[in-house]
Design a protein. Structure first.
Length: 449
């Protein structure tokens, strides 16, 4: 190209390369932001705070009496566990902010360096322009061309050079604006970090107080260990009797279902034989007619908004089911576990015990059919609801509002959680069975308000 023969155009090429790299650098900055999970941590902190507030609320409702210390210990233990998780979430957020602050500081330093380079290059351009600002010398330069094509190219050079100066000035303004944004972001992150450090110290203070309360209650309980052991032995026997009762009811339900299925199959075979006997030639037509009649009689129940979000198949809803109460916490976990106050004393639960407020309503965790209602050996009554091959069992209920054969909807009330005056607590035992095998209900539940 003839333009390359021009001696002064080498400077323009250098500047063009510099601007190109400046643009690449700026674009790179906008793309270096790592995916943030700040919202996830915020949601987790909010949820944990709500759980702590619920436990505090239930503790305030509990009347302090002869046998309430154990419930207080369980509640305090739960609070400590949640509080430690909350502090962990705060620490994770602080670490995330530290990474963001470090990244911001790097970006600011790079921007400052880039801005200094841009300004230096722009100063050299201005100096060059001032030396060659004489319009007459430009005209001479253009008219001194060897041919028309070269003259045209020299004219284009001056036009592009002028445009490039404007672009370079805009690049400086953009870099300055971006630098201000990054500095403000850095200030904001440092402020957030200071707030979180304050929150962490506050939560640690609450945790220390709760551990002191735990120690006081634990010491008090250990003074009456023999009395507690006797009481717990009785509870363990009652719990074993409850499991025997539930197992028998479930075995009866499985047997009943099998008999129903066998009868239905026998009736279907008999009906088919009768139909074939009456009209052997029109079997296809009759089958079509029967299918249409059956289809006409089928009614699809209207589902709630939450039910629509859940799968129709119970087995696909692990970790999605609502709690059987609107307010509460798990005060006894599933399976074998050590007693919170008596070291070495093992307890077992085929479900989870959920402590709730006085007068709380027990509700179905999924749509289904009530298949059994019985007196519970531990007090109150128990209700069994079938969900296909799964069964949910609710015990320690009073004032039952459903009957055997009822079709219940998601979160429908089935009765009131029984309140124990002696212990000063209201608790529901929830179990989930598949056939004659128990499952951990905590793995199936999610907090839904």
């Amino acid at each position: 190209m003839n333009l390359l023969k021009l001696k002064n155009l080498s400077t323009l090429s250098v500047w063009a390369v510099l601007v190109f790299y400046a643009l690449i650098f700026q674009t790179g900055l906008s793309q270096t932001k790592a995916p943030q999970n700040k919202q996830t941590l915020e949601n987790k902190k909010k949820k944990l705070n709500e759980e702590i507030n619920e436990i505090n609320s239930l503790l305030n409702e509990t009347k302090v009496g002869k046998k309430t210390s154990l419930n207080q210990l369980v509640a305090i233990n739960k609070k400590i566990s949640i509080r430690e998780e909350l502090i962990g979430a705060i620490v994770a957020e602080i670490h995330q902010l530290n990474r963001g602050i470090k990244q911001n500081e790097k970006e600011i330093n790079k921007l400052k360096e880039n801005l200094a380079k841009l300004k230096a290059e722009y100063a050299r351009m201005i100096y060059f322009a001032q030396r060659n600002r004489d319009s007459y010398s430009r005209l001479v330069f253009i008219f001194a061309s060897g041919d028309f094509n070269q003259a045209y190219m020299r004219l284009k050079y001056f036009q592009q050079y002028s445009q490039f100066r404007k672009q370079q000035a805009q690049e400086i303004l953009n870099a300055q604006a971006l630098l201000i944004v990054k500095i403000n972001e850095l200030k904001e992150k440092r402020h957030e970090k200071n707030v979180l450090l304050g929150n962490e110290e506050e939560e640690k203070g609450f945790l220390d107080k709760e551990r002191q309360d735990q120690e006081v209650v634990l010491t008090e309980l250990q003074k009456k260990e023999k009395e507690l052991k006797d009481e717990l032995e009785k509870k363990r026997r009652d719990a074993e009797n409850l499991q025997i009762a539930i197992k028998k009811l479930i075995a009866d339900e499985i047997k009943r279902k099998a008999e129903e299925a066998a009868k239905a199959e026998a009736a279907a075979i008999a009906a088919k034989k009768t139909t074939e006997k009456k009209s052997p030639k029109n079997t296809k037509t009759n089958k079509t007619k029967e299918a249409k009649e059956v289809k006409k009689d089928v009614t699809i129940p209207e589902l709630s908004e939450e039910a629509v979000e859940l799968s129709n198949d119970f087995s696909n809803n692990r970790g999605k089911l609502p709690w059987p109460v609107t307010k509460g916490y798990i005060c006894e976990p599933y399976g074998e576990h050590e007693h919170p106050a008596i070291k070495g004393f093992m307890m077992f639960n085929n479900g989870v015990e959920i402590c709730s407020s006085m007068g709380a309503q027990a509700r179905a965790v999924f749509e289904g059919e009530v298949t059994a209602i019985s007196i519970s050996p531990t007090g109150g009554k128990l209700v069994i609801i079938r969900h296909g091959e799964y069964l949910s069992v609710y015990s320690n209920i009073s004032d039952i509002t459903v009957k055997i054969g009822d079709k219940v909807s998601l979160k429908q009330s089935i009765g009131t959680v029984l309140h124990n005056e002696d212990e000063g607590k209201s608790s529901l035992n929830l179990q989930i069975w598949k056939g004659q095998k128990t499952m951990d209900p905590a793995e199936w539940l999610v907090r839904i308000k």
